[in-house]
Design a binder for this molecule. Structure first.
Ligand code: ACM
Length: 375
């Protein structure tokens, strides 16, 4: 465990003793009346800035040039963020060069260009053979440059290779990985056939290249979200994800998964909590957790009622600010997630990420003496 800070570390500041009153120490702020003298017994809770101050960008749905990520890191560093989580792979595009499997990017990083604004899975076609293609990817050399750029600014890049679902682009590139071959497996059925030896070997060889690229100790995010149990049983998912978690951890890279894997019994990794309704269940597991609940920290959701369509969950700056950090749990920190189905341009990316990211930083990143962690 590489934790250097913890929520709820108490610093007693008792300094007032009045007359004969001997009060029980260790209570939260408690106004006490002694005769006509009223005072506040201070027992403030030192809340250090969390270890994980993250922003996530989905570069699969839409690709963002390295220069945009550098600009983003500049803005992040100015606000006190220290982790940039890159969602590098998903159904609509594979964005990191893997030398052993060149078709992942030669084929899987490209798709038929759709009219601006259109986002409909059934219209998406992966491949590089269309008259007009949309896409792009980071070469390993570019990724090294981005890692170094972030490191100079105190920002660690955290790569995510999402498995075993959200895999459509990789399945078009290598159909032999598929449980159900493309194109039939679009729309949430795009899953690797994890029981197959060659599929597990593929996953590990991809992870080998990712680990060779990122400095030892960098957490490797393995995804693990949103695979329906009628495709892969929970037990099949658990066994596969546990094998991958153990694989990277044995090589000195902490593993992260989305909360599904933890709820499904995978152990030993850090957990990214995104399903707000599962927060209590995940915290009770006692595993290290990064909080990015979709109730408060999904920055692709509309940020005002004016921008929302009927039924949308609106996340305003006040929603972000209103989040209550749980105490007593193994919380590494918080993260804002920017999914990009409907975010195509750098301007829109920045517009959606900030000012909510700024408010997140103001509310949660400062060293602070909160009056009481229970408040
Ligand atoms: C997620 O939003 N599926 C992590």
């Amino acid at each position: 465990m590489m934790r250097d800070s913890k929520y709820g570390k108490k610093t007693s500041l008792h300094s007032i003793v009045v007359g004969w009153v001997s009060l029980v120490l260790g209570l939260c702020v408690l106004p006490v009346s002694v005769g006509s003298v009223a005072f506040a017994q201070e027992d403030k809770v030192q809340v250090p800035a969390p270890e994980w101050r993250g922003l996530h960008v989905d570069v699969s749905r839409h690709f963002f040039e390295p220069a945009v990520l550098k600009q983003l890191m500049d803005r992040m560093a100015a606000k006190g963020f220290n982790r940039l989580h890159l969602h590098l792979t998903d159904g609509p595009g594979w964005r990191l060069e893997i030398k052993r499997y060149p078709r992942l990017t030669a084929v899987g990083a490209w798709r038929k260009l759709l009219p601006a604004g259109a986002w409909n899975w059934k219209d998406h076609e992966i491949g590089n053979h269309f008259a007009e293609c949309y896409g792009g990817y980071y070469t390993q050399e570019t990724m090294r440059e981005l890692i170094a750029y972030g490191a100079k600014r105190g920002i660690m890049l955290v790569p995510e290779i999402d498995m075993p679902g959200h895999a459509y682009a990789s399945l078009v590139a290598y159909p032999e990985l598929a449980l159900e071959p493309p194109p039939a497996c679009k729309l949430g059925r795009d899953v690797w056939d994890v029981e197959k030896e060659h599929v597990r070997r593929f996953a590990k060889e991809v992870l080998d290249e990712v680990m060779a690229l990122f400095p030892p100790g960098t957490p490797i995010h393995l995804g693990g979200d949103e695979v329906e149990p009628h495709l892969l049983s929970f037990e099949q998912q658990r066994v596969f994800m546990q094998e991958m978690v153990d694989y990277v951890q044995a090589k000195g890279y902490p593993a992260i998964t989305w909360d599904e894997a933890a709820c499904n019994g995978v152990r030993g990794q850090w957990v990214m909590l995104w399903r707000a309704e599962r927060q209590a269940e995940v915290l009770a597991l006692g595993m290290p957790v990064i909080l990015c609940p979709n109730s408060h920290f999904y920055f692709d959701y509309p940020q005002s009622e004016e921008e929302a369509a009927p039924g949308d969950h609106v996340i305003t700056v006040d929603t972000v600010r209103s989040f209550r950090m749980p105490t007593g749990a193994n919380v590494l920190g918080v993260q804002g997630n920017v999914w990009t189905e409907h975010i195509r341009t750098p301007e829109r990316l920045f517009y959606m990420a900030f000012p909510r990211a700024k408010v997140m930083a103001e509310a949660f990143f400062k060293e602070d003496n909160k009056e009481s962690a229970e408040k």
